[in-house]
Design a protein around this ligand. Structure first.
Ligand code: LLP
Length: 396
């Protein structure tokens, strides 16, 4: 398939295997969880309309973090009652848009958001369902740049910073949800369980004081198997989760992003140039940190695969970089690979999450085309930016 696609489309482009996405959904749906729950896709991982639509069709909900994502979710046809709005710093427009759409829950992370939501809901004659994202003070022990649940992090609110009695005075909000999300690519299920337990305890306590917390939003963060990284052990996770949820009547929401979409996505790229610099063999690709920024941003090594390269030849070390004018625009250093030739196709695997969604137009590079394939069929789900697209919002 990659060969066929790379003959049809100019590299670099993203492509997604629908069968893998379906498998991931089935996997989650087949987990044995003994309580009421639902999975909602964290759209930030991949906001392409066609991808979001795949999840909608399988009754997965939607988690958004901006007005743009909320718009996309509604445009795809999610019911407002299937949408949750998170976000560490939402602006007035975000909050007002979410209020008027009457979504399932606006999860606040700053006490001041309450006043904006309450005032605007009063103006519109509404009572808005809200949640509070708690900072549980749990170190997820994942990459420090994607950890969000420790004391000192900007996400959520620490419990002792919340005056719950004061919240009761807001007549146009209904505190219905407590949420946590301690980070991404989490492999240690105990960390997740610890964070869940904290908000279960808090919900129990609040409901004894007259609140009506119905939803527990346990966030996302399920790791996928990556270079040198194990995935999350779902057996251990689900059995411990079942035991802490035993006899609890809350409805649980999970917000996986990466788990649902990472493995299905590939970035197909081509070797444009080969050169030597000192003792380094450098390969420069037609993709760059503009198309895939995670290596430069987080210092992670991608999983790469070559097609049509003589795998038996003696391997050579390469530094593989991109076409952007930045010294940090490297995907991987000292990668041991068979000798490369100009024109070789290199595939980046596992890039369905936070790949295209974090791509940019830096260096005025067109954002790449995206293709969805299913068995032998494929279709374009995003066209490559045209040169005119790069100018379209600018005024000379
Ligand atoms: N819920 C909340 C509140 C979140 O902040 C996130 C991701 C998710 C759910 C989904 O997390 P996931 O299941 O995908 O781990 N750009 C980084 C990842 C940032 C994740 C931000 N929050 C990366 O490329 O690794």
């Amino acid at each position: 398939m990659f060969k066929k696609l790379s003959q049809e489309f100019q590299t670099p482009f993203y492509c997604y295997d629908q069968a893998i996405i379906d498998n991931k959904i089935n996997f989650l749906n087949n987990l044995e969880l003994n309580f009421n729950y639902n999975f909602s896709f964290a759209i930030k991982a991949n906001p392409n309309l066609a991808i979001i639509n795949l999840f909608k069709q399988k009754d997965i909900g939607a988690v958004v973090v901006s007005s743009g994502e909320l718009y996309k979710a509604l445009r795809v046809g999610f019911k407002p009652s299937q949408i949750i709005f998170n976000g560490s710093s939402k602006n007035d427009f975000d909050l007002k848009y979410a209020v008027t759409q009457k979504i399932c829950s606006i999860n606040i992370e700053n006490i001041e958001e309450l006043k904006t939501i309450n005032d605007y809901s009063r103006e519109k004659g509404l009572i808005s369902d809200i949640g509070i994202r708690i900072n549980p003070g749990v170190n997820a022990e994942t990459l420090s740049k994607i950890s969000t649940g420790k004391s000192g992090d900007k996400f959520g609110i620490e419990i002792d910073q919340i005056d719950f009695d004061m919240i009761k005075n807001f007549n146009h909000i209904n505190l219905k949800t407590l949420s946590v999300h301690i980070g991404s690519q989490i492999t240690d299920h105990k960390k997740l369980i610890e964070s869940y337990q904290l908000i279960i305890n808090l919900a129990d306590k609040l409901n004894k004081k007259g609140f009506e917390i119905q939803y527990l939003d346990f966030g996302g963060g399920f790791a996928v198997i990556d270079n040198g990284n194990q995935g999350l052990d779902f057996n251990l996770w689900s059995s411990e989760l079942n035991s802490i949820m035993n006899h609890k009547n809350y409805k649980v929401i999970f917000e996986p992003g990466r788990f649902l979409i990472a493995d299905s996505g590939y970035l197909v790229s081509k070797v444009d140039f080969l050169k030597k610099s000192g003792n380094k063999n450098i390969a420069l690709l037609d993709s760059s940190m503009s198309e895939y920024v995670r290596c430069a941003l987080y210092g992670i090594d991608p999983i790469i695969e070559l097609i049509d390269t003589d795998q038996k030849s003696e391997k050579i070390k390469y530094d593989i970089g991109g076409g952007v004018c930045e010294s940090s625009d490297f995907f991987i250093r000292d990668a041991l690979l068979p000798p490369l030739k100009v024109g070789d196709i290199i595939i980046f695997k596992n890039v369905g999450a936070y790949g295209s969604s974090m791509s940019s137009n830096y260096n005025s590079r067109p954002r790449p085309l995206e293709v969805l394939f299913s068995k032998d069929e494929h279709r374009v789900i995003r066209s490559r930016d045209t040169l005119e697209d790069l100018c379209k919002n600018e005024i000379m």
